[in-house]
Design a protein around this ligand. Sequence first.
Ligand code: DX5
Ligand code: ZN
Length: 213
Amino acid sequence: MVKIAPSILAANFMCLEKELLDIEFAGADLIHFDVMDGHFVPNITFGPMILHQAKKKCGLAFDVHLMVNDPIKFIPWYAEAKPDIITFHLEATLNPEKEIELIKSFGIKVGISIKPETDVEVLDNFIDVVDLILIMSVNPGFGGQKFNHSAIDKIKYLKEKTKNTKTLIEVDGGINMETAKLCIDAGADILVAGSAIFGSNNYADSIRQIKGE
Ligand code: DX5
Ligand code: ZN
C-alpha cells in the first residue's frame, strides 16, 4: 500500500501545530519537511528549530527533504532533531558518498533525490546503498506546480532496478488524484503531496483519494 507524506510547505504556518495534529489524525503516514536555502532553489523555508518543535507535536515519521547546496554542512543540524529520513540532492554535492555516510552515522535513513532534468541512470550506483530515492516531478523550490510526466519513466526504471532491494521510491511535486494513480501504477512507494492535501477542505478525504481508496 502506497504511503502519503503531506508536505507542510503547503500548510498554514500561522497554525502549524494544529495543521500537524489535523494531518496526523487525517491518516498521513509521514510528514514531508521541505528545507530550502535560497541557493540550491530560489526560496527559503524551515530551519532545524522548527523541525525540533514540530517533532515534539507530531508522532509521525519525519521525512526531511534538503534542497540545499553543500548538504554536508546542514545534515548535522537537522539530524539532531532525529527525523526518520534525510534526503539530499545528488546535484548539490560532488561527493554524495560523504553525505550518505554522514546521515547513516546518525542512525537515520538516507534518501537521495534528483531534479526532473537529471537522468535517472546517475542513481545506478546508489540504489543498493540508500534507503530511499526521491524523484522530483517538478523543479524543486515551490509547491503547486504541474506534474512533469518524465517522472513516470524514472519510477518504472527504478522499480525494476530496486526489485531485489528494500530501497523505496518516493515522488514529489504536482501529486493529485490523477497523477498519484500514474505513480502508484508505475511502482511508487511514497507520494508527497502539498497543495492537493492542505489546499483541500477535507484532509482525510484527500489522502484517501490520493491513495486511490
Ligand atoms: C517542492 C517541494 C515539494 C512541494 C510539493 O520543491 O519539494 O515537496 O511541497 O508541493 P505540491 O504537492 O503542491 O506540488
Ligand atoms: Zn519535497
